[in-house]
Design a protein around this ligand. Sequence first.
Ligand code: 5GP
Ligand code: MN
Length: 331
Amino acid sequence: MKQAKEIIDIVSDAHNVVITSHKSPDGDSIGSSLGLYRFLKSLNIQSTICHPDPCPNFLDWAKRSDHILDFENDTVDVKEAMAQADVIFSLDYNGAGRLGDDMGALLTDAKAKKIMIDHHLNPDDIFDVSVSHPEVGSTSQLIFELIDASGNLDKLTKEMVEPLYLGIMTDTGSFRFDSVNARTHEIIAQMLKTGLNHTAIHENTFDGNRLDKLKLRGYAISEKLEIISEMKTAIVSLTDAEMQRFNFIKGDTEGLVNVALSVEGVEMAAFFAEKDGKIKISFRSKGPAVNEIAADHFQGGGHKFAAGGISFDSMEATIERFKSVIPKYVK
Ligand code: 5GP
Ligand code: MN
C-alpha cells in the first residue's frame, strides 16, 4: 500500500480522528472500523468511530468494550465529531451517498482531510487520499495491509486482528469467494500467530440465531422463493408486515439472498425487502454483473457479484421491473 506512510503521517499530526463506514453495517464495515481504531490506539492515537446506523445485534460482541457512535441515536455527538475532525476515514465505501443523505452532507461539508480505504469500484473524487483496491476481498484486509506497509506488524494483538478477521471472513463468504488468494491466507496465518480464537469468531457470528430469525428464513424459503428457470434467477421478497410477523430485527435477513443463490442451477439471486415504504434490494451472482443491474435500474451499485440498490415503487412493480430488465444481463 503505497499511501501507508502518508496516512500515518497525517494521523500522527491530527487531534481529532474520526472513522466512518457505510449505512447498514456488516462484518467488514464494523471489522475494518474497530481494527483501524485499535491499531491507531496502539500508536497512541485516539479516534472516534461514527457510523450512520447501529451495529446489528449479531455483531455486538465484536465491539468488546469499545464504542461506536451512530448517527441515528447519537446525532448530536456525530455532528460534533465530524465538524471537529481534522481527519476522517471513509472505510468500506466509495462516496458520501453511502452514509445516507444527512450524514453524507456532514462528510461533504467537513473541513477534515478525507482518507478513503475501500474495495468498491468507481470511487468518488471527494477524498484527499484514496486507497481503492476493488481486487481485494475486504476493507479489513486493506487495514491489515496498512498496518504491514507502515512497518507496524510488531504491534499486532489478538484484540486488534479479531475484527479484521471478522471482516475478511464475512466479505469472502468464509474464505470461499474468488477474491481469496494466497495473500489472504498469509494474512490469516499472521493473525493466528497472535493467539486469535478464530473458532469463537465463526460461532459468535453465525451461531447466535434467534428462533424468530430462523423461522422468518424458513417462511421466506418455503413461501416466497421464486425460481425463474429460463433466467437461472431466484427471487425472494419480504414485506414489512411479513417481517414484523416474525419480530424482525436488523440482521435477520442477512444471508437470505445467498440461500436463494445456492439453489441448484441458479446463477443470480435478488432479495427484495420492504423498509420504511421503500424496497431495498440485495443482488448476488455467479455470472451476470449485478452491479450493472443495480446501477442501471435501482440507483445502486457494488461489486460484480454482490450489489445492492433501492426502489421507490411498490414491491410488485419493483419485482416486475427486475424481471423485465434481466434478459439483457443474462447471457
Ligand atoms: P448487501 O446486499 O449486502 O446489502 O450489499 C452488497 C453490496 O452491494 C455492498 O457491499 C455494497 O457494495 C453494495 N450496495 C448495497 N446497497 C447499495 C446501494 O444502495 N448503493 C450502492 N452504490 N451500493 C450498494
Ligand atoms: Mn466490504
